[in-house]
Design a protein around this ligand. Sequence first.
Ligand SMILES: *[C@@H]1O[C@H](CO)[C@@H](O)[C@H](O)[C@H]1NC(C)=O
Ligand SMILES: *[C@@H]1O[C@H](CO)[C@@H](O)[C@H](O)[C@H]1NC(C)=O
Ligand SMILES: *[C@@H]1O[C@H](CO)[C@@H](O)[C@H](O)[C@H]1NC(C)=O
Ligand SMILES: *[C@@H]1O[C@H](CO)[C@@H](O)[C@H](O)[C@H]1NC(C)=O
Ligand SMILES: *[C@@H]1O[C@H](CO)[C@@H](O)[C@H](O)[C@H]1NC(C)=O
Length: 348
Amino acid sequence: MRKREVWRVIFAAWTFAMQIAMDEAGSNGLIYKGQPTSSPSSASPRFVDSIRMQQTFIAWPARHSVRLKCKASGSSPLRFQWLKDGDPSIHRRLQPRLKTNMWYLKLKDLVPLDSGKYTCIVSNTYGSINHTYTLRVVEKSRTKPILKCGFPRNTSAELGQNASMTCIVLISGTLPDFRWLRWNTIPSTFPDSLDFENGSYTLVNPRQYQTVHVGGKYGVKVNIWNVQPNDLGLYTCYVSNHLGSDYMSAFLTEEKDRRKESEVTTEKPEEKDFANHENTGSPPLRGTNATEEIPPAKQAVTRSREAKIPLSVFIGVLSTWAVITTIALLWCHLYHKKIRAAKTGVEF
Ligand SMILES: *[C@@H]1O[C@H](CO)[C@@H](O)[C@H](O)[C@H]1NC(C)=O
Ligand SMILES: *[C@@H]1O[C@H](CO)[C@@H](O)[C@H](O)[C@H]1NC(C)=O
Ligand SMILES: *[C@@H]1O[C@H](CO)[C@@H](O)[C@H](O)[C@H]1NC(C)=O
Ligand SMILES: *[C@@H]1O[C@H](CO)[C@@H](O)[C@H](O)[C@H]1NC(C)=O
Ligand SMILES: *[C@@H]1O[C@H](CO)[C@@H](O)[C@H](O)[C@H]1NC(C)=O
């Protein structure tokens, strides 16, 4: 009879712990709220996602939500503080209770006034670090195209092999026009600004273009088959719509190291969730041609977050279960001892 009661208590406690773990996971996408629990006892703060944080310029459509993240580790307590343009009091008419002391800053329902520099400061007893994101909120269909930084990538290929480069459009109000061109001579102004009027370049044959979808974004890949010496050089991806243009460049160089042969044709952009945004609401930017939508970034982002939940939930549940079981066994043990002690009349 007693035993059954004990098990009932254990089960209730376990259910409760599991509920908490689930709620946490549900509301945050993660169980832990930013700081990994295991950190050296006297460590200054350190950003734990520095690769993602390399992307400091963020162009994001109006009326959507964005989440800027500064995940960090270090001795607790870690303190987080967000500033906008250096000012710790961030006023948003639509979000009066904006939390500026979390490891992330979630701005809902963006308006162009939200554009600016957002700095997170992470500090503890041992030090302080900071990171700044530049956010540009753009109105749908009132913007020139914006290309993703870091693409196309510098690529190398052995002569006779195939190579490809990809550029990705982050934001475009209307469907942009894509061109790839190869510079006959590298402009003296490179990489700052390129003179497309007086420069000497060759337009790459559009038959070598291929549209791609990468992480919910739209891009154009250029294929260079059977690379020859005169294919090498600086390539520029140039996109434009009626409001303006943007371009990004990269080099195609000759690959001399045979061991890297497998990398020759694999300039595939990964599904990097650019600067950790979260996109909520209706699909963003749509081309004027309804048959060729630029798909929302949502799926890719959600997918990467979903992938994290099961592991954290699993670990959370497992550890709470272990703790509860240990306590229950200990309690059981003591309880029985007490009964035995009472029976034999021995004092404890
Ligand atoms: C950010 O860090 C840099 C270098 O560590 C420091 O010079 C600067 O004052 C910091 N900015 C803020 C706002 O704390
Ligand atoms: C490509 O190489 C050039 C020159 O070597 C360099 O300036 C540029 O930053 C590189 N681009 C990327 C995206 O790595
Ligand atoms: C290069 O691409 C062409 C066309 O897709 C293909 O036929 C050829 O086998 C490729 N060559 C190499 C070396 O992969
Ligand atoms: C192009 O070059 C011509 C003559 O060399 C010069 O008059 C013209 O201003 C240049 N255009 C631009 C956009 O630099
Ligand atoms: C929209 O795209 C389709 C197929 O890509 C094409 O046939 C049509 O002409 C396009 N319409 C406009 C207005 O660009």
